[in-house]
Design a protein. Sequence first.
Length: 423
Amino acid sequence: MAGGHRLLLENAQQVVMVCARGERFLARDALHSLAVLEGASLVVGTDGFIKAIGRADAIQTLFSEETFEERIDCSGKCILPGLVDAHTHPVWAGERVHEFAMKLAGATYMEIHQAGGGINFTVEHTRQASEEELFCSFQQRLQCMMRAGTTLVECKSGYGLNLETELKMLRVIERARRQGPIGISATYCGAHSVPKGKTATEAADEIINNHLPKLKELGSRGEIHVDNIDVFCEKGVFDLNSTRRILQSGKDLGLQINFHGDELHPMKAAELGAELGAQAISHLEEVSDEGIAAMATARSSAVLLPTTAYMLRLKQPRARKMLDEGVIVALGSDFNPNAYCLSMPMVMHLACVNMRMSMPEALAAATINAAYALGKSHTHGSLEVGKQGDLIIINSSRWEHLIYQFGGHHELIEYVIAKGKVI
Ligand code: NIG
Ligand code: FE
C-alpha cells in the first residue's frame, strides 16, 4: 500500500500507549500495568491521526514503500501521549506575586480573598485589560504549557463575573482554540466568585437568566464554543443550593458539568456532582467517604490539583482512598495567579510524592483520565490507532524520567507533537 503519511517515529526504546484496548478511562487494577511497547515505531497519517503502532521491524516491512513528510529516529528515547491538563485558569491580567509573600508570612487563601485580594483582585485587572492584551499573555502561557508536554488543556473563564468580561475571556479562549495547535476544552466559570454587592442567590439568578442564554445564542451562531460549566462551590462563595441551580441550568444547555468542590470545607459537593452526573469535580481535599463512593458509582472523575494543596499547605486530597474505591482520578495544574504552575510533569511529580500515587497512576491521570474528565478520551489521552497524533518524545530510555525528574523538563522533552506536527 503505497502512499504518503505525515510522520514516522522509528525504533523507540519504549512507546507508552497508556491503554491499548479502547478504554475510555483507567481505574482500579487497570492502573497497575500501562500498555508499553519496547523497540516500537509509530505512524501518523496526513489527517493527524495515528495509523499504526507496533514492533519496529513489523512497521518497517509494512511501510517500506511509503513516503513520510517527516521521520524521527527515536533510538534510546521514549514516546508518550501528549499530556492533558484537566484544570486551568489561564486568561487573566494583574500580578499577584505579592500575595505569595503574604501566604508565606501566614495569611490563608480565604483571608486574602475576604480582604479584596485573590480572585477579586484578578477580576478588577481582567475587566480593565483589553482583549488583545489578554490574548497575548494567554498565548505565552499556552506556549509554556506545550513546551512542558501539554497538548490538550481545559481553560476556564471566571475572572470577569459580569457578562461583558466573561464573554471577553471566552472569545480569547475561542480564538486560541481555533488557532491551535494545542487542543482546548473551554469552560464557562462565571460562578467563580460572588461579585461585589451581590448575594450568591442574586449572582446565580444573573448567570441563569442572562449569561447562559447569551452563551446559548452565541453557540448556536457558531461564535463561541463552550464545553463545560463550572462553579466554585465553597463556604462563603456559592453554597450547595446555588451551585445546584447553576450546574443544572448549564447541563440543560448541553454543557458538561466540571466544577470546584470540597476544597477548603466539606460541602457535600461530590455527592451533588455525582447526583447531577458531573463529568468531573476538582480539588476534593475535604471530600467525604460518601462523596467518594458516589463519584465512583456515577463515574464522575476526580480532578486532583497537587499544586494548590502544596501552595496553600492544605491537607492533601485522599488520592489513595479514591483510587482504592475505583474513582477515575485525573490531574490538573490549576494554573492561576495563586498556583503558578504550567508544567504537568511537575504536577505528576507532586502527585506521586505528596499524594502517594504511583508513576503509572500519575501518568494515566495526566493522559487518559484527564481526557475523560473533559469528555475527550475517545480521541485523546492514549496512543492507539485512530486516536489523534498528540505525543511527546523524551530523551531518556525509561518513560518514568518524565515524573522522576523535577525541573529541567524542557531539556528532557525533545519533541512535542500535535496532530502529527512537531510544534
Ligand atoms: O482552583 N478555588 C478557586 N479557584 C482557583 C483559584 C483562583 C484564584 O485564586 O485566582 C483554584 O485554586
Ligand atoms: Fe481552579
